[in-house]
Ligand binder design. Structure first.
Ligand SMILES: [Ca+2]
Ligand SMILES: [Ca+2]
Length: 99
């Protein structure tokens, strides 16, 4: 009986550690299932060259992206991704930044 209890406690402990390990950084794994598939140049997404990436521009570049991805990158929630937000998103996932 003692052994069973120890086994259960250990299993719960490991599950707890695994459950928490996916939440490093400011972006949740659920919002960003594969951040490295979004490794793009800011200028390539900003097709009209106004220095901001709108959701339409983002979707044109990443047709597979869900809206929650855009909202996760848009840190100040103003509906556009600016250069700083894109830089921070890439840095948060260890991607090299190029202008
Ligand atoms: Ca633009
Ligand atoms: Ca923004």
């Amino acid at each position: 009986m003692k052994h069973l209890r120890f086994f259960l406690m250990t299993t719960i402990g490991i599950a707890f550690i695994l459950g928490c390990s996916g939440h490093h950084g400011s972006y949740h794994a659920t919002a960003m299932p594969d951040p490295h598939s979004f490794n793009a140049h800011f200028g390539d997404m900003d097709s009209d060259g106004d220095g901001l990436v709108s959701m339409a521009e983002f979707n044109a570049h990443f047709p597979q992206a869900e809206p929650k991805v855009f909202h996760a990158i848009d840190l100040n929630q103003d509906g556009t991704i600016d250069h700083d937000e894109w830089h921070r998103f890439k840095e948060a996932h260890g991607m090299k930044h190029h202008d």
